[in-house]
Ligand binder design. Structure first.
Ligand SMILES: C[S@@+](CC[C@H](N)C(=O)[O-])C[C@H]1O[C@@H](n2cnc3c(N)ncnc32)[C@H](O)[C@@H]1O
Length: 209
């Protein structure tokens, strides 16, 4: 049986993210990715975990408390479309990894699902926050209403980012046409300012803000 793509994402991020680094979980949810990032950056690193639902932030906090990882994580209730303003200025251009795990909170309010426009704004912000060699993982689900459109928007965003240059992009499929898709992007050079990048990608984008 093939490996779950959540594991593939962790394995891939772990190849680049080092102890002492900064990392961001843009969709904290139940906190599994946040806990992974917190273990990966170690006691000297720091993770910013964002979710638009307070219930998700509470679940993430509980998981971190149980695993004694809480001191390494800043928890924020907010929209990842605002990632640039939610991230401390001195983190900009220094973040080792950003993870997006799209869709809805398992066992939570399915109406609070990630959406193409806000996801793509978050991706653009994330790419501008990464250090050279930093990585962005995006797990998109196609099995729920709106999922295929969002997965297509993410693929479109990735293709545009690749055309813009200075990134490497790989895609992992689950093998099922309605199954999840994992996108892995590595910044190979320092990205231009967030504003320049956002303008360039959004000018071409099907998903304007
Ligand atoms: C599939 S879950 C994330 C799973 C999580 N990474 C984990 O390890 O358990 C998706 C999460 O995205 C959150 N979300 C939806 N739209 C959002 C937005 N615009 N900004 C931030 N979080 C959002 C949902 O509340 C939900 O908790």
């Amino acid at each position: 049986m093939s490996e779950p793509l959540t594991h593939t994402a962790h394995r891939w991020v772990a190849q680049s993210l080092e102890a002492g680094e900064l990392a961001i979980d843009a969709t904290a949810g139940n906190g599994q990715d946040t806990a992974f990032l917190a273990r990966q950056v170690g006691a000297c690193g720091m993770v910013l975990a964002i979710d638009c639902q307070q219930s998700a932030i509470s679940r993430t906090q509980e998981r971190l408390d149980t695993q004694e990882l809480r001191p390494r994580v800043v928890l924020v209730t907010g929209d990842h479309a605002d990632l640039l303003t939610l991230t401390p200025q001195h983190w900009h251009g220094r973040v080792g990894a950003v993870m997006f795990n799209l869709g809805y909170l398992p066992g939570g309010d399915r109406a609070r699902v990630t959406l193409p426009a806000t996801t793509c704004r978050g991706l653009t912000a994330a790419s501008a926050l990464l250090r050279p060699g930093g990585v962005l993982s995006v797990l998109a689900y196609r099995g729920h209403q709106g999922g295929p459109d969002e997965a297509a928007a993410v693929e479109d965003w990735m293709a545009r980012a690749q055309r813009y240059g200075a990134v490497e992009w790989s895609v992992h499929h689950s093998g099922n046409p309605s199954g999840p898709v994992l996108h892995c992007l590595r910044v190979t050079e320092s990205t231009p300012t967030a504003t320049t990048l956002m303008t360039t990608i959004q000018e071409e984008s099907r998903w304007p803000s």
